[in-house]
Design a protein around this ligand. Structure first.
Ligand code: 13P
Length: 341
């Protein structure tokens, strides 16, 4: 198989109707933050036990085509001693890996962030691939204020995403390109529209300059939303309309799939918004699906509480959110389905 054939077969397995991606790639500080409210200590064993719970939930392979993992997970094993990437692969779920090293301030710039991790990336990708990872994820973060993101921040972040994507494609790995315009703040829907459009335009310009094969990548953006402290809330239909206006203007039809992040939305909001897009706009050129972290995992953590006797209930919570988001991918979700089990 050529490198291009490898990417093609990975993309075909990842991009399927009625399915989306589970983001289970929390870094050590982030997973500690998720465990804290349920009083679970972030030890290596607790992280292993939790990820085994997620990956072995019965039936999720009907709705989850791929899982983004964190570095540590790639060499952890299940209770019956199978490496976790292999546990996923045996269920027909594609294992992938978060490869960025988190954000810091963009030096000498006014308030924008930049993501680290390009140094040594090619070698790391080769190693992760030998451990079973077939796709990767890299996140750039943009916060909205009166002056941010600046034009410099937007172009520097786009350049990072494009260089990361090129390194992945060269190794036969499918890149998930994740620009997250944060929900924090009191900005309006119109301001989020303006920023997201500028961010996406710059990203596709950079991807073009770096010769990225658009057919072999997945875009993981924010939905276009008012800031969480903005006084006026938007309906799923308004969010769907604003989001698709931006993506129609900026994302080439060659990109096979747009998998949204949940970004602090509640599980129900994230599902309803995705459903409104698919129900209202069935003719868009891309698959519109999910790559949720918190919106899939919150109810699972709540049910689990770190206790072995809660594992089955927690796995049922995982299956329920996966199933409802699978329905939202098809535009067939109804709020009444929330109560049905
Ligand atoms: P959320 O869905 O919780 O935003 O997480 C998705 C993700 O992978 C962030 O990088």
């Amino acid at each position: 198989m050529t490198i291009a054939d490898e990417r093609q077969s990975t993309i075909e397995q990842m991009v399927q109707r009625g399915k989306g991606i589970l983001a289970a790639d929390e870094s050590q500080p982030t997973i500690a933050k998720r465990f804290a409210p349920i009083n679970v200590e972030s030890t290596e064993e607790n992280r292993r036990a939790y990820r085994v719970l997620l990956f072995t939930a019965l039936g999720i392979e009907d709705y989850i085509s791929a899982v983004i993992t964190f570095e540590e997970t790639l060499d952890q094993i299940s209770d019956d001693r199978v490496l976790l990437p292999e546990v996923l692969a045996r269920r027909g779920i594609v294992p992938g890996i978060k490869v960025d090293k988190g954000t810091g301030p963009l030096a000498l710039a006014s308030g924008d962030l930049i993501t680290y991790g390009l140094d040594g990336l090619a070698e790391r990708l080769r190693h992760y691939k030998s451990q079973g990872a077939r796709f990767a994820k890299w996140r750039e973060v943009y916060s909205i204020s009166e002056h941010n993101p600046t034009a410099l921040g937007i172009s520097a972040n786009a350049e990072m995403l494009a260089r990361y994507a090129a390194a992945c494609q060269e190794q036969g790995i499918v890149p998930i390109v994740e620009p997250e315009v944060l929900i924090d703040g009191d900005h309006s829907l119109a301001r989020c529209t303006e920023v997201t459009e500028a961010v996406q335009k710059e990203i596709f310009y950079a991807l073009h300059r770096h010769h990225i094969v658009l057919e072999h990548m997945i875009l993981k953006p924010n939905m276009v939303l008012p800031g969480k402290d903005h006084p006026v809330k938007a309906s799923p239909e308004e969010i769907a309309a604003a989001t698709l206006r931006v993506f129609r203007r900026t994302v080439p039809a060659a990109v096979p799939s747009i998998n949204f992040l949940s970004g602090g939305l509640s599980p129900e909001q994230a599902t309803a918004n995705l459903n409104a897009m698919n129900a209202g706009y069935p003719d868009v050129p891309w698959l519109l699906s999910f790559s949720y972290g918190r919106a899939l995992q919150q109810p699972v953590l709540q049910a689990w509480q770190g206790k072995a006797e809660n594992i089955v209930t927690a796995q049922q919570a995982m299956l329920k959110r996966a199933r409802l988001n699978g329905a939202a991918q098809r535009g067939e979700y109804l709020a009444s389905m929330e109560a049905s089990d």
